[in-house]
Each structure stands twice: as structure tokens, then as C-alpha cells.
Design a protein around this ligand. Structure first.
Ligand SMILES: Cc1ncc(C[n+]2csc(CCOP(=O)(O)OP(=O)(O)O)c2C)c(N)n1
Length: 271
């Protein structure tokens, strides 16, 4: 076993339940590298939601909580307020984060609470059989949109930006080193940090949406469709259609952090 895996994986949770070719393992790998580099291992508190992505903290030897579907950010908010010195990291799926948990997500961003939220976006509800998600592309075929998705998807990074997040990055599984760097930056950042990772899901999104269950083809698709933020500005709307803009999309430090604000108010009142 790789020394990092030896040190950080919870062996009782192995072997992994991820489907063959699933991108979630790459996200786990990048996260372990980010934690190792930062050396925050002993101070971590990880929160997972329901769904395939919710398994990510289960594999890591750290303090972890498994929250109800959609409630991972809400649970993390309580945890951070109770233990402000912790590095609290949430792993959630796109359905978990911006569908059922959408309200918690935008209000956590609005408060600028010091959390790192990693959203594993497979564009679908993976665990429950491939239902349509708020990130499913327009007209894409899923188990609940057999004639094509009639809804327009939204961009979770733009949602986070509008709500008040202060660090935002997006990568795909085809950029694991950059993803790890962003995870590091997100954990170092004081405030609400959001890292979206677009992952291949051969079993559900692959077969129904993209017409291939081949992880290699899906991975290639992610790679060729990724455009760096620095390059995206040079492209017109037509050239950008269907592309995934990747990079550090936002970093600002002009908004107060919520936990400090709460403790500051309590101190001022002598509580
Ligand atoms: C309150 C509630 N509603 C619905 C479910 C059923 N459920 C479990 S996982 C899941 C889909 C998860 O999709 P997503 O969050 O995108 O994560 P993925 O499995 O794709 O990683 C659903 C609907 C549930 N467990 N709890």
C-alpha cells in the first residue's frame, strides 16, 4: 500500500465501494495529498452527505460525520461553531449540495463561515440510479428524463459567488495536481471556500447521458472539454458552450468570517 494510504486510509472501510472507473477515488487521492502537504491531519473534521460522494470521508482516518442527504453543510456549520479551531471539510454530491441542500449551501456562503466544501459533480444522482440533477446538462438523457432533460442546469460556482463565498475553484478529475493545490488553498483560506470537481461517472452519467460506460472515454472528454480561466476570456460564447471552465475562479478577503464574528459578539457582550 502507498505510504500515504497506509497513513490516512481507514482500512476497515476498504475495499472501496466506488464503481470501477468512478472519479471519486481521484478526488480522495488529491485530498489526501492536500492534507499531507498542509499537515492538518490531526485537526481535521470531515462531513459527508448521502450518495456516492458521501463515502469520501468514510475512507479517511479522521474525525468524520455522516450527515443526512442535503444536510452536510448545515451539520458542518454547527460543528465549526462548536469547535472553531477545526479544519472542517464537507464532501457532497451535486444533488446533495445544490438540490436538497441548496438552501444551506447559499446561506453558509452568505455568512462566509470558514468551511471547505468539496462538491463532487457527476452531473447526476449517482447512488440512487441516475436521476436528473440540477447540474444535468439541458436535453441530456437520464433515468428520469428519458426524452432529454427539459431543465436548464445552473453553475454551482456562480451560485456560490453570488451568495458570498470568498474562495472558489473548479477542476475535473483530469487535473488532479491542480485540484490538490486548490484543496490546500481552500483549507488555508479563512472563509467559505468552495471547490467543485467534475468527475466521471461511467455507471450512471456515462451510460445514459454520454452513451459510453468507458471511464477512459469520459476522462478524455473531461480533459478535452476543460478550458483554463485565463484562456476562457479569449473565447466567444459559442466556443465556450459545453466547456468546463477550470481554475481558481475567485479569492477575496474583504468579507468578515462568520465564526469569528459570532465569538466576537459574544465576547463583546461578556458571554
Ligand atoms: C432526505 C433524502 N432524500 C432522498 C434520499 C435518497 N438519496 C440517497 S443518495 C441520493 C442521490 C445522491 O446524489 P448526489 O448528491 O448527486 O450524489 P452522488 O451519489 O451522485 O455522489 C438520493 C436522492 C435520501 N437518502 N434522503
Amino acid at each position: 500500500m502507498h505510504p500515504l494510504a497506509e497513513k490516512m486510509l481507514r482500512k476497515s472501510a476498504l475495499p472501496s465501494i466506488y464503481c470501477p472507473g468512478c472519479g471519486h477515488g481521484t478526488v480522495l487521492n488529491s485530498f489526501l495529498r492536500a492534507v499531507d502537504k498542509l499537515g492538518v491531519y490531526d485537526n481535521l473534521a470531515l462531513v459527508g452527505g448521502i450518495g456516492c460522494s458521501g463515502w469520501t470521508p468514510v475512507f479517511i482516518k479522521a474525525d468524520t460525520i455522516h450527515a443526512l442527504h442535503g444536510r452536510a453543510v448545515a451539520v458542518a456549520t454547527g460543528l465549526k461553531l462548536a469547535q472553531p479551531d477545526r479544519k472542517v471539510v464537507v464532501f457532497c454530491g451535486d444533488g446533495d449540495c445544490v438540490a436538497i441542500g441548496g438552501n444551506h449551501f447559499i446561506h453558509a456562503a452568505r455568512r462566509n463561515i470558514d468551511l471547505t466544501v468539496v462538491m463532487l459533480n457527476n452531473n447526476i444522482y449517482g447512488m440512487t440510479g441516475g436521476q436528473v440533477a440540477p447540474t444535468t446538462p439541458y436535453q441530456a438523457r437520464t433515468q428520469t428524463s428519458p426524452r432529454g432533460n427539459p431543465e436548464q442546469p445552473f453553475d454551482a460556482c456562480e451560485l456560490a459567488r453570488a451568495a458570498g463565498a470568498t474562495y472558489i475553484a473548479r477542476w475535473t478529475t483530469a487535473q488532479p495536481a491542480q485540484m490538490a493545490k486548490s484543496m490546500r488553498e481552500a483549507m488555508e483560506h479563512k472563509g467559505f471556500a468552495f471547490v467543485e470537481v467534475v468527475v466521471q461517472c461511467p455507471t450512471q452519467a456515462g451510460r445514459y447521458m454520454y452513451g459510453t460506460g468507458s471511464a477512459v472515454d469520459l476522462y478524455e472528454m473531461l480533459k478535452t472539454n476543460s478550458v483554463r480561466l485565463s484562456k476562457a476570456g479569449e473565447l466567444g460564447a459559442e466556443e465556450l458552450a459545453g466547456k468546463i471552465v477550470v481554475g481558481r475562479l475567485l479569492q477575496r478577503d474583504d468579507r468578515p468570517e462568520f465564526t469569528e464574528g459570532v465569538y466576537g459578539l459574544c465576547q463583546a457582550k461578556g458571554v
